[in-house]
Design a protein. Structure first.
Ligand SMILES: [Fe+2]
Length: 444
């Protein structure tokens, strides 16, 4: 028999226990319980590491029996984390121990993180000025230390002002998507050379070298550029392999597909009239633009109102073509008709982009005299793969008496395009946070 000293938060002084070398941690806990210190679910630490219940305590002189979170023990509140207790009582000087944080579950399960704002990125940013990349940087709003439009993605405009101008992009990303808003030119990368024109879209996998873009036409070039570098920044990684093959979609191909889709029976009753972009690498899995990126080419016919839906991916929409009178309504709830309740209104502008936060209901409306097209790019390749997209539709079957139009046309987006220029002012703080209350049982 040997005597080990046990320190536990339920006892102000050490408890000496006699044990045999063959006894396990569970035996120590049993003896503590017999001494009036029930510690069944506690963690046990000794000799610089934590012990499982089925391990022997042979060779341990002092055991620390620790709550796995802050709790009330013996009628006394302990707000000291186990790590802090270790530092204080065990004198553990390891920086590893001081790095640890333990949190009470119910008060921390929904941490207070900065919300993803609904902001617009006006078209005039790529209509003038020198050749440059113009990132849609919402990092300050989201509390990030790297340039990002959403936690996983960065959207930018690339402007090439003059014929013959060249510009390089250097995204450290697994997926890069380029939609040609206007102009014509070519891009040269380690994957090859591609000539493109207005309305084309192409994707490139990870590039070890910069991509060179140049204008070959007489008019300026504007490109909508979305990639997943922020996701890699968050993970602290660099891409190590090509996850898909470079893929090119022409404007003609896209509009032909739209014609097919819109003439299919029942198209007028669909939540959206459009098609999803896919590539070979995702054919058997997510059926998305790349393994992380997702893109929809959506027709919003004149006079149409596309009912709300929501999803857990973040949408970075580009208004491809529209006339005044096209807009989206966004909000956190549906009204009794299944339209967005108390919506924020984001007016569309050709060549402008806007963010739709995750989980937010959004509907699209066209009160103009012409058809409109919108191209949302999202992180829904990744989110679909993770099985957490949770796309939900407000359907007529659920709201059979719903009017064709929403009764509320929304208030103007407080972060409208006009208030959002120049781009250097994007760091201003905005009241965009929204917290859902977490209703969690206090303790099971
Ligand atoms: Fe959507």
């Amino acid at each position: 028999m040997v005597v080990i000293s046990v320190r536990t938060v339920s006892s102000p002084s050490p408890i000496d226990l006699s044990v045999t070398p063959a006894e396990h941690v569970r035996d120590v806990k049993q003896k503590l319980a017999e001494r009036g210190h029930p510690v069944e679910s506690f963690a046990v630490f000794g000799n610089g590491r934590f012990y499982r219940d089925d391990e022997k305590v042979d060779g341990v002189e002092t055991l620390f029996v620790l709550p796995t979170n802050s709790m009330s023990v013996g009628g006394e509140d302990y707000d000291t984390s186990a790590a802090e207790m270790l530092r204080r009582e065990a004198g553990v000087s390891s920086s590893w121990a001081s790095n640890g944080q333990l949190y009470e579950y119910t008060s921390t399960a929904n941490p207070n993180m900065a919300a993803i704002p609904w902001l617009a990125f006006p078209a005039h940013l790529h209509h003038s000025g020198p050749t440059r990349v113009i990132p849609f940087d919402l990092s300050k709003q989201m509390g990030l230390e790297y340039t990002a439009t959403s936690p996983n993605l960065l959207a930018s405009f690339i402007r090439i002002a003059n014929k013959g101008d060249q510009i390089e992009t250097d995204a450290v990303a697994t997926s890069q998507a380029f939609y040609i808003i206007r102009g014509s030119g070519k891009s040269v990368s380690e994957h090859g050379e591609l000539e493109w024109n207005e309305g084309d879209l192409f994707t490139l996998p990870a590039c070890q070298k910069n991509i060179l873009h140049m204008s070959t036409g007489d008019s300026p070039v504007s490109i909508y550029f979305v990639h997943d570098q922020p996701l890699l920044e968050y993970l602290g990684v660099k891409p190590s392999k090509r996850k898909f093959e470079p893929t090119f979609y022409t404007k003609d191909e896209m509009y032909s597909m739209i014609e097919r889709v819109k003439h299919e029976p029942g198209a007028e009753h669909r939540n959206r009239i459009g098609f999803l972009f896919g590539t070979g690498a995702t054919k058997e899995t997510t059926k998305t633009l790349t393994h992380t990126l997702w893109a929809l080419f959506n027709l919003l016919p004149k006079g149409d109102n596309q009912r709300p839906h929501k999803h857990n991916s973040v949408a970075l929409d580009l208004a491809v073509a529209c006339q005044p009178g096209c807009y989206s309504l966004m909000g956190w709830e549906l009204d009794e008709d299944g339209w967005v309740k108390d919506p924020i209104r984001v007016d569309w502008e050709p060549g402008a982009a806007f963010v739709t936060p995750p989980g937010m209901w959004h509907s699209h409306h066209n009160e103009s005299g012409g058809d409109a097209y919108v191209l949302p790019l999202q992180d829904a390749g990744l989110v679909t793969y993770q099985r957490i997209l949770q796309i939900t539709f407000s359907t007529l079957s659920e709201f059979p008496h719903s009017p064709q139009k929403p009764r509320q046309l929304g208030i103007e987006n407080p972060n409208s395009n006009q208030k959002y220029e120049p781009v250097e002012e994007q760091g201003k703080e905005r009241e965009t946070e929204r917290r859902e209350e977490t209703k969690v049982a206090a303790r099971e």
